[in-house]
Design a protein around this ligand. Sequence first.
Ligand code: C2E
Ligand code: MG
Ligand code: MG
Ligand code: MG
Length: 293
Amino acid sequence: YADIAMYEAKKAGRNTTKFYQHKMDEWISRRMAIENGLRDAVKNQELELHYQPIIDFATSKVIGAEALLRWNTPKFNDVYPDEFIPIAEESGLILEIGKWVLQTALKQFVAWQKEFTGVIELQKIAVNISAHQFENSNFLHDVDSIIKKTNIKPSCLELELVESALVENLKTVSTRMQKLRDLGVSISIDDFGTGYSSLSYLKKLPFTTLKIDKSFVMDIQNDVDDKELISAILMIAQTFNFEVVAEGVETQEQYLFLKEKKCTYLQGYYCSKPLPNEQFIQFLRKNSVRYSF
Ligand code: C2E
Ligand code: MG
Ligand code: MG
Ligand code: MG
């Protein structure tokens, strides 16, 4: 954003330079305020996880959730992960925040499993992991110790990585991933299709799940090419034995198309938006047999 503003400013000459300078000052001070606020967010207990249900296409059963971070701060009215997560990453604060997210999500998941024993078989808690965390030398140890502390079945944990976290040397990334897999956890590629990576990593990296980005799902109605693209992704996934989660499913048409194409799991507003813990538990109670579409 700053780069674009600077470029526009240079292009437009003096008067506009002032305008963009002002915009940039505003942007920089908001960014700094967010960074400062985030510094104490864990300590001040301003962080909260919302949970978005994940549904099995074949059975319509709720099989788990993705944990999504929310920041309740008195300093800003609306501040969403797309704005504050990149700042947490650049400032390194994501390490502390990410650890809190893992701990909280796993503890919560184990509590749900206990409450719904014999009623719902909850199999998955998906947690977003930033590149910074994945590359940090303590990460493997942290994951291992949180698994032991919470007593979660490791296969229930799915770590979500975006493609941009995988652009490093393929061998390094692969070794790092394999060590996590050796703990028994699953790994998914989030926002699949939006990154820069080549398809060759599909057979070289030991992950288990693809999450089709919502931008592809959203265009299913209008765009013949997107239908083709999703069909192709699902075919590749079957070849390599990956599970596929479709993100951002909002309409019946999208749901029916993906079901027909044998997509594995659904996540999206068509079923539910991300919910605070208490509401998620109510969702589980209400849909304990299966979700009715
Ligand atoms: P993501 O991991 O790809 O998460 C999916 C995003 O799509 C979420 O946005 C979710 O609320 C939204 N979504 C789900 N269903 C629908 C739908 O049907 N329609 C539309 N329009 N949107 C839908 P959210 O919660 O704002 O999070 C944005 C991004 O922030 C996440 O994208 C993820 O990359 C990042 N993020 C969130 N929580 C964490 C976290 O704890 N750690 C890290 N490192 N990143 C996180
Ligand atoms: Mg995700
Ligand atoms: Mg995603
Ligand atoms: Mg995303």
